[in-house]
Ligand binder design. Sequence first.
Ligand SMILES: [Zn+2]
Length: 287
Amino acid sequence: MRRLILSALLAAAAVMPTSALAWGREGHAVIAQIARGYLTPKAAAAVDAMLASDPDTLTPPDLGARASWADAWRKDHRETTEWHFVDTELDQPDLAAACFGFPASATPASAGPEKDCVVGRIDAFARELADPKTDAAERLLALKFLLHFVGDLHQPLHAADNQDRGGNCVPLALGGPRTVNLHSYWDTVAVEAIDPDADRLARTLAAEITPAQRKVWEQGDARTWALESFAIAKASVYTVGSKPGCATDAAPVALPEGYGDTAKRVVAEQLKKAGVRLALELNRALG
Ligand SMILES: [Zn+2]
């Protein structure tokens, strides 16, 4: 019986769509754990106290799981969908256009606007988190959105688009039972290929970050980080050679020689940068 249940579960997992709009849970947990190591004692205490006060059951309450909270929230809050990315077009890159002209944030920031991109949302929630006058419940939302969005911004396909919904329209020919598209490949497959264990991967990557790298990565802001992600998508993601657009009959694309190794290297560095920069934002707001 147990074996039957197990094989049923495995079959279900094989056909389940992978997360369409974010690093998977592992990537976000790794980023949060790397960031934890760079928090000032004051910021770390503030983050821990806020998370401990949160009764929300959408995700487990620990920092790593809370970094995926915004994806769980999005399921019943479709008005937050656009906040997870910035669709800068490959053929006509224009960050302001992709950010809906950088609209002013509502007060509170969790109220919108709906048409805002991940860059604008990072700035709005960081400001709100830093302001001690922000209502406690809203401040907790700001923390959870920020934990997630700094990560999202570093997934190259959250900052680039080939009229293909950030690679979601590009099926890949990887073999095996799972249908993977270009976006989910970068969200989860490339992360798991480095190490499927989030805690261990976070420790490994954190140990590789040098003080000199950290200093370089702490430069800039959400806008320059978005442009950097866009450039990476152009240089290392869309080299897959897919056509623009969302044709429903598109044939699966085979990965070019060496693509998987490049993806692992790029993903490892993006996870590290995201961890360093998430800590930077949290320290500025709370440290
Ligand atoms: Zn997301």
